[in-house]
Unconditional design. Structure first.
Length: 502
């Protein structure tokens, strides 16, 4: 019977297995790492903490957090008897696996477990935990950063960058700038990722001036910028409706031999042109993309369609995108339907909406597409079609907003079917939750109905409300005294018109 290896043989086998497991792990071959771990056990060699940690690292690179947590639990159970108690490396690898697997809760629980087991967390522990919280839980990321400083653990640049990115996702531009300033206060050098994340935070916070200032600081610092930071700055200018500033940043990128604009660059520039209705300039960007062999994507065409002057141009762009085998999205069709609406082509707008459904382009998320189709039918006085579309939205669980509800009210008002609008919106639950009182007034006023009729729409219960002194004003009309309207007596303020159902 073959005995269990011990002494130098066991140590040599463990060292060899550790080397192989780490090598496989660096290539994200976590299955091979696991097989090597099992092979070591098959040779009657008990893997030590070092081997376990090597496997945990491999599982982390493979984003296999359930396996990593299971292995950590095994170490915890057998640790006191076999010297396998998890150490800080074990916890760090497991937390990293959870972060890569988008599991943010477990790292926080593992941090608590480390404290309970008197395993001191280090900078890597907190950096990995912050990374786990980056995408959805910016408040937890900030709290972990504050805890690091309280424990006198000096965050590294990676930890700072992750917190700035978390602030960007939480649209906390001021907090991102504050964290950015701490990088320099701690005598660390901001990286391109630091600048890019902070610029993105300013973009989401509509602070294009701050973004441009950061971009200028980056250029002065000597950090070599890539196209990523240029794209972030251009996008910030686009969100701030500053197309000229966006083109200045673009010109700087073009002047650098090591920076090549990509589709994201051109898409942001086209969107900037869309905000200022710079149609010829946007069309020139499409030609420039093709000349530089940068492939336009569906975002490119959707942005171009949003600023087309005529529906014929939108149809041409849609055909061109199909020749490139690009699949239209709900936003693409929304732009098409919007242009058809402006041209009073409601039947073609409905055809485009049906085509969106048939193509699988995302009708369930197409509130914009339905809103555009509702506007097209409303402009043409097709109240029956408007109500039918409202029913379709209910079946697809598409939530109403003030735009869609205003279209319903206006269309029915034009067709002298005001009661149908009220009944339809009450069935949607929209009278109280989705539409403010001004929505009904605006929708009715756009249809040219009398203010007294609009007053009926202002009541959630469907009753005519009390008039005090004068009727409310509506867009495009002046507020008139009570006596100016037929059938309304002039004497007495706070006159009760009654509780007549409409």
């Amino acid at each position: 019977m073959v005995g269990r290896p011990h002494g130098p043989d066991a140590r040599a086998a463990s060292k060899h297995a550790t080397t192989l497991i780490k090598s496989f792990g660096q290539k994200s071959w976590w299955r091979r790492s696991l097989l090597e771990f099992e092979a070591l056990r098959a040779h009657l060699v008990s893997p030590d903490v070092v081997v376990h940690n090597a496997l945990l690292g491999a599982l982390a690179r493979g984003s296999r957090w359930p396996l990593a947590v299971g292995l950590l639990r095994t170490m915890g159970v057998s640790g006191p008897r076999h010297g396998l108690s998890p150490n800080v490396v074990s916890y760090n690898s497991t937390i990293n696996a959870c972060a890569r697997g988008s599991n943010w809760r477990l790292p926080l629980l593992l941090l608590d477990e480390m404290r309970a087991n008197q395993v001191l967390p280090n900078v890597i522990t907190y950096s990995s935990s912050i990374t786990a919280c980056e995408t959805r839980h910016w408040s937890q990321a900030l709290a972990l950063m504050h805890e690091m400083r309280r424990l006198q653990l000096r965050p590294d640049t990676i930890a700072y960058n992750v917190v700035i990115s978390a602030c960007a996702k939480g649209q906390l531009w001021a907090a991102a700038l504050e964290v950015f300033s701490r990088i320099q206060a701690d005598a660390l050098s901001p990286t391109e990722i630091s600048y890019t994340s902070c610029i993105s935070a300013c973009e989401k916070g509509q602070r294009w001036e701050k973004a441009v200032d950061l971009f200028a600081t980056l250029l002065e610092s000597g950090v070599q910028p890539s196209i990523v930071v240029f794209n972030a700055t251009i996008s910030a200018c686009e969100k701030g409706h500053r197309w000229r500033a966006a083109f200045l940043v673009f010109a700087d990128a073009r002047a650098r031999a090591d920076v090549r604009p990509d589709a994201t660059t051109f898409n942001a520039l086209i969107s900037a042109c869309a905000a200022e209705e710079q149609w010829p300039r946007a069309l020139g960007l499409l030609a420039e993309m093709c000349a530089e062999e940068v492939k336009p994507d569906i975002i490119t065409y959707s942005a171009l369609m949003s600023i087309c002057s005529g529906w014929e141009e939108v149809v041409r762009l849609l055909a061109d995108s199909r020749l490139r085998s690009l699949r239209p999205t709900a936003l693409t069709y929304s732009s098409l339907i919007g242009c058809l609406s402006k041209a009073w082509l409601w039947a073609q707008a409905l055809d485009a909406l049906r085509e969106l459904g048939d193509s699988g382009g995302g009708l369930k998320s197409g509130v914009v597409a339905y809103g555009a189709a509702l506007c097209a039918c409303e402009r043409s006085g097709q109240w029956a079609q408007v109500l039918a579309l409202l029913g379709e939205m209910r079946e697809l669980a598409i939530a109403n907003n003030s735009i869609t509800c205003t279209s319903v009210v206006s269309a029915c008002s034009r067709g002298h079917e005001l009661r149908r609008a009220g009944a339809a919106l009450r069935a949607e639950g929209a009278l109280a939750a989705e539409v403010e009182r001004s929505t009904y007034a605006a929708g009715a006023a756009s249809a040219g109905i009398s203010p007294l009729e609009a007053l009926a729409l202002e009541s959630q219960e469907g009753y005519v409300v009390t008039v005090r002194g004068q009727l409310p004003s509506f867009p495009g009309s002046r507020a008139a005294p009570l006596g100016a309207w037929p059938g309304v007596p002039t004497e007495g303020r706070g006159l009760q018109l009654g509780r007549e159902r409409w």
